[in-house]
Design a protein around this ligand. Structure first.
Ligand SMILES: Nc1ncnc2c1ncn2[C@@H]1O[C@H](COP(=O)(O)OP(=O)(O)OP(=O)(O)O)[C@@H](O)[C@H]1O
Ligand SMILES: [Mg+2]
Length: 209
């Protein structure tokens, strides 16, 4: 499969279809046979650093993403690693926290947050790096309806290329123009989002309806 610059693509499929596995290949966390190319760069050891600067991945489980004693440090980690000066780091971290409506949480311990709060902070840790490509694994899982709606609106406003694995078909419909259906580790179908969402048989076969 391929994703064009600026496109927002949904990855859907039943539990175990391979969505998270595919995502793990987009920033080199997982390696296997075959080829992954990001912005013309082949995924290999030599390009890994450049690729990771381009691709921001929000993992399915926020606990894989949060490791600092405070929320601020987690969200500042990316811009710090990118080598920005202190005021810029602070600005980027606070902007990212505001974007997910977690501005008041900077001093909190990430381990002591609810799962929806953790998810929002995990998204902020990636937004703060301003990646050109955003890859989100189940971004709305565990969010309350208002947070979920606000996140979808936020993602709609962002210009980044996006690949979003989700079971949330309302998100797919609102946010993405193209949908890829995975089944058994392979692309089972792909097409415009309206065409895929209209195909009741296809959705039923892949446990989506
Ligand atoms: N670390 C691992 N080692 C071995 N097999 C794994 C590992 N992680 C996942 N798998 C297997 O790979 C397959 C694809 O899993 P994956 O997590 O990519 O599915 P998914 O589409 O993201 O599902 P979900 O909707 O439940 O998140 C599954 O059969 C799963 O059991
Ligand atoms: Mg998954």
């Amino acid at each position: 499969m391929s994703v064009a610059q600026g496109e927002k693509v949904a990855l859907v499929g039943a539990n175990g279809a391979g969505k998270s596995t595919l995502i793990g290949h987009l920033n080199g966390v997982l390696r296997g046979s075959g080829t992954v190319r990001i912005d013309g760069l082949e995924m290999d050891k030599a390009n890994l650093g450049r690729i990771r600067a381009l691709v921001g991945v929000v993992f399915q489980d926020p606990d894989d993403q949060l490791f600092s004693p405070t929320v601020f440090e987690d969200v500042a980690f990316g811009p710090t690693y990118q080598g920005h000066d202190k005021p810029t780091i602070r600005r980027k971290a606070h902007q990212a926290l505001e974007a997910v409506h977690m501005g008041d949480y900077a001093g909190r311990n990430p381990y002591h947050l609810s799962s929806g709060e953790k998810k929002r902070i995990a998204i902020a840790t990636v937004l703060s790096m301003d990646p050109r490509i955003l890859v989100l694994d189940e971004p709305t899982a565990g969010l309350d309806p208002r947070s979920r709606r606000e996140l979808i609106e936020l993602l709609l406003e962002l210009p980044q290329t996006m690949v979003i694995a989700t079971h949330d078909l309302a998100l797919v419909e609102r946010l993405t123009s193209r949908t890829v259906v995975l089944g058994g580790g392979e692309v089972a179908a792909e097409g415009s989002t309206p065409a895929i969402l209209e195909d009741e048989d296809l959705l039923a076969r892949h446990g989506l309806r």
